[in-house]
Design a protein around this ligand. Sequence first.
Ligand code: FES
Length: 152
Amino acid sequence: MSEDIYQDVFSSFRGEEGELISILLRVQERIGYISEEAVMRISRFLRLSENQVYGVASFFSRFRFDAPGKTSIKVCMGTACHVHGGSLLADAVGWDLGITYGQATPDRRFDFQRANCLGCCTLAPVVEINEQIQSRVLVTKLKETMNRREEF
Ligand code: FES
């Protein structure tokens, strides 16, 4: 990872402990996850131990510690989607890819996340594939899409 990215992120902060979450968010925005190098660099910048940085980051489910996959699949698990079968869709994706949400496939082709609400509840259940909303998704339709994975 380029030195410049961290320098660039740190340049907006004063190096105070209270800035940890904001820095973690900014780093994840830039590189997609919190790498070992990121933990080390942040710990030096804030004069905290790496365990302290990792401990705070791992407390929040929004931080991830492995590189994201190329094709992003987000299954909405908000209330409207949940009652319309969102968990069945999540099970289908997880089963098909052999991973659970929060993970990428070992070849980094797919990334599986769940969302709390994607903002289009009337179209529930909703799945977002590479930032494109798929509405009123059925497990069979999703499986067809997953089977065409070469297209991604
Ligand atoms: S609950 Fe799924 S889009 Fe709102």
